[in-house]
Each structure stands twice: as structure tokens, then as C-alpha cells.
Design a protein around this ligand. Structure first.
Ligand SMILES: C[S@@+](CC[C@H](N)C(=O)[O-])C[C@H]1O[C@@H](n2cnc3c(N)ncnc32)[C@H](O)[C@@H]1O
Length: 219
């Protein structure tokens, strides 16, 4: 078996992307578990996770690593969160904001098994209701499919340290159905530019056709 570490805590195993399972023997979705040299890895499906898709599409700036503190907006049922939880290990903290009750029920189950994940059942627009619990973070991750995605990045960016990175899956159709996607992305970049410098933008096709994956650095 060929195991290659492509970023801190992110592996390619026989061509498949994977993270080292923080909670051995447990699965979060339909991923495969692979054991090697007393470690266990979980395959990471790029069709289920835009971060995995971005890594496979040659993401250059990956700042999520062992010990990172991460604020995640739009945690859903915890698929991508669980892989970030694997990467940041026991010393990291992952704050998972989600406002859907249905998704939160599944997310709670994932968080109960992973001590570095903290569920926050809130609307990402109500920052003042969770800011104190989160504090300052190294990384902001946003995958919300909301019309006001840019405004929510600016608002929650207040918790991101200066020079920290924000990873954003931008859904053009949620922001505007009438404008061409390229124009929507340009307007998004312009709107956040007073606070965020665009570092790279990645087309994550064929894994996902609806989003642009963008990486920003806080000014
Ligand atoms: C595309 S899904 C996220 C998928 C997830 N990031 C993953 O990769 O596993 C978007 C999620 O954002 C949540 N969401 C949308 N707007 C929100 C808001 N204002 N506050 C909190 N959660 C929100 C939705 O309920 C949904 O679960």
C-alpha cells in the first residue's frame, strides 16, 4: 500500500484521498476505513466534500493542520467537519455552526464521538450569540449556500486572526439566478476585498458544478 502525505494530516492512499481517523473503528458516512501500521485512515470523498474536491483540484494553500482552531459555518451533518476534525487532531478545536434542526441532530452524534468538535445550533448571522464561545480562530470555513454569503464572511471574519485563511464554497445560484456565475464571483470578491485578499480560486468540477471554491487571507 502506498501512503503519501500531501498536506499535514491529509494523505493519498493508493490514489484515494484520506485522513487519519481520530476515533478508530467509527465511520461518519459511507467512507472506507483502511488500516496500516497501527493507524487507521478514512477515505475522503470529493463528491461529498468540497474541501476534498479542492485538494484534488490542486489547492495550493492548505493552512488547516494539527492544532488549528477552526470556525465552520454550514456544518450540515458533519461530513467535511469530521475530516477537519481528523486533521486538527486532539490539540485543535472545530466550532460547527449549523441552523437546520434536522442536520444538527446528525451533527450532534458526530460531535459526541469527537472531543475536538463543538456544535453550535445557531444562525451564522447571529455572531454575537456564539462569538464568546469561539474566541479567535486560525481558520474560517464557510459552505452556506446563502444569498448573503459575502456579508456572512465579513461578519464572521471578525473572529479570524489577522493573516488567517478563509476557505469559502461560493454558490452563485444562491446569490443570484439572473447574473452569470463569473459576474457573481467577481462581485463577491470585490465585496469582501476591504477585509480579505483573494489567494486562489478553484473550479471544483467534475466533483461539484454549482460552486467556486475560494481561499482568502484576512488583511
Ligand atoms: C451545502 S450544506 C454544507 C455541507 C457541509 N459543509 C459539508 O461539506 O459536509 C449547507 C449547510 O449550511 C446550513 N446553513 C445555511 N445557512 C445557514 C446559516 N445562516 N446559519 C447556519 N447554517 C446555515 C444549511 O442548513 C446546510 O446544512
Amino acid at each position: 500500500m502506498e501512503i503519501k502525505e500531501v498536506f499535514n494530516g491529509v494523505y493519498r492512499i493508493n490514489g484515494k484521498l484520506a485522513t487519519e481517523n481520530l476515533v478508530k473503528g467509527t465511520k461518519v458516512y459511507d467512507e472506507d476505513l483502511i488500516s496500516s501500521d497501527s493507524r487507521e485512515y478514512r477515505t475522503w470523498n470529493p463528491y461529498r466534500s468540497k474541501l476534498a474536491a479542492a485538494i484534488l483540484k490542486s489547492l495550493k494553500n492548505m493552512t488547516i493542520r494539527d492544532g488549528s482552531n477552526v470556525l465552520y459555518l454550514g456544518a450540515a451533518t458533519g461530513t467535511t467537519c469530521s475530516h477537519i476534525s481528523d486533521i486538527i487532531r486532539e490539540n485543535g478545536n472545530l466550532y460547527c455552526v449549523e441552523f437546520s434542526e434536522r442536520n444538527m441532530r446528525q451533527l450532534l452524534d458526530v460531535c459526541s464521538k469527537r472531543e475536538n468538535m463543538f456544535p453550535i445550533f445557531k444562525d451564522a448571522r447571529l455572531l454575537e450569540e456564539y462569538a464568546n464561545d469561539v474566541g479567535t480562530v486560525d481558520v474560517l470555513y464557510q459552505d452556506l449556500s446563502a444569498k448573503d454569503q459575502a456579508e456572512l464572511l465579513l461578519l464572521n471574519g471578525g473572529l479570524l486572526k489577522k493573516g488567517g485563511y478563509a476557505y469559502v464554497a461560493i454558490k452563485s445560484q444562491s446569490i443570484s439566478v439572473s447574473k452569470p456565475p463569473r459576474q457573481v464571483y467577481k462581485e463577491f470578491f470585490n465585496k469582501v476585498s476591504p477585509k480579505f485578499q483573494l489567494v486562489e480560486s478553484i473550479d471544483i468540477m467534475p466533483f461539484d458544478r454549482m460552486h467556486m471554491f475560494a481561499v482568502f487571507k484576512k488583511k
